[in-house]
Design a protein around this ligand. Structure first.
Ligand code: NDP
Length: 259
């Protein structure tokens, strides 16, 4: 995605390297990155949280989420940002504006946290967190209520979740569906009203069972590819100052995933 976007923007001397760094080598890797003058970086599991003490500053969103997926070097300073939730909100914008809307978020892991914080910062009216493990769900609700200052409550997820009539957007932010197009997210299909927008963070495969079921019920849907492309579009702009060609990136991603 990045290399294609560099080429499309005629940033011919930019390179995006995928480097596998073992957990215990992260400090060395960050020292090397400073020494070699990298302009920025992305971080993925297991480094998103561990990298924080190795950075100089955090954006407000990254600080709230307690996770960094994107870094920009500014002189000698390394600045941590999180573009996952912003990518989701940007992708959602193709269908609606988050401000004033009511959301139900399934899951409370890294993806759910990034999305919920960013929805809160974008002026959501309410965020219902639906999670199997109460303690993890409650942590996120407390963060949303106390620090992001958005209305939030927890639903303990047991059996099929019935989406309340006042919810505008349902988001699957669990790992259910990853690598399995038949995996069923426990949601009562009868509660998928046609006015509901249904989004899934899963991008491989993008046409998850939830997305297919929602389409069949007449809902508007968003797959996980949009979030993935948009978090990259935002990172590209942070590093280069140039707007990326999102279509070129989406094409590269679809080619890579063979979808
Ligand atoms: P985590 O492991 O941090 O969290 C997973 C969440 O899913 C937890 O809340 C967990 O619940 C819940 N969960 C998992 N299995 C079940 C189940 N059978 N029933 C109910 N709940 C379940 O993962 P991440 O948040 O980091 O990632 C989640 C997914 O998001 C991944 O598949 C990842 O690929 C995708 N993702 C997509 C991105 C994109 O750009 N499209 C970006 C980032 C992630 P509990 O707390 O009870 O364990």
């Amino acid at each position: 995605m990045m290399e294609r976007a560099f080429a499309a923007a005629e940033l011919d001397d930019w390179r995006y390297l995928t480097l596998e760094v073992p957990a215990e080598k992260l400090t060395d890797a960050m020292r090397g990155l400073r020494a070699m003058g990298f302009r920025g970086a992305n971080f993925t599991i297991p480094h998103k949280v561990a990298v924080i003490p190795l950075l100089d500053e955090l954006s407000p969103a990254a600080e709230l989420m307690g996770a960094v997926n994107c870094m920009k070097r500014d002189g000698d300073k390394l600045l941590g940002e999180n573009t996952d939730g912003k990518g989701f909100v940007q992708s959602l914008r193709t269908l609606l504006d988050a401000a004033g809307k009511r959301f139900a978020v399934l899951g409370s892991g890294g993806a759910a946290r990034a999305i919920a914080v960013e929805l809160g910062l974008s002026g959501a009216a309410e965020i219902v967190i639906v999670n199997r493990t109460v303690a993890r769900g409650q942590d996120l609700v407390t963060l949303l209520t106390d620090r992001v200052k958005v209305n939030s409550r927890l639903v303990h997820w047991k059996g099929d979740y019935e989406v309340p009539a006042e919810i505008d957007v349902l988001i699957n932010a669990t790992s259910i569906g990853l690598g399995d197009a038949q995996a069923r997210v426990p949601v009562d299909a009868n509660s998928l009203r046609k006015e509901l927008v249904v989004a899934d963070v899963i991008f491989n495969p993008p046409r998850t069972r939830l997305i297919r079921d929602a389409e069949q019920r007449g809902c508007r849907t968003l797959d996980g590819l949009g979030m993935l492309v948009n978090q990259a579009v935002i990172a590209f702009k942070i590093w280069t100052g140039v707007d990326a060609d999102a279509d070129v990136m989406q094409e590269a991603l679809e080619e890579f995933l063979n979808v």
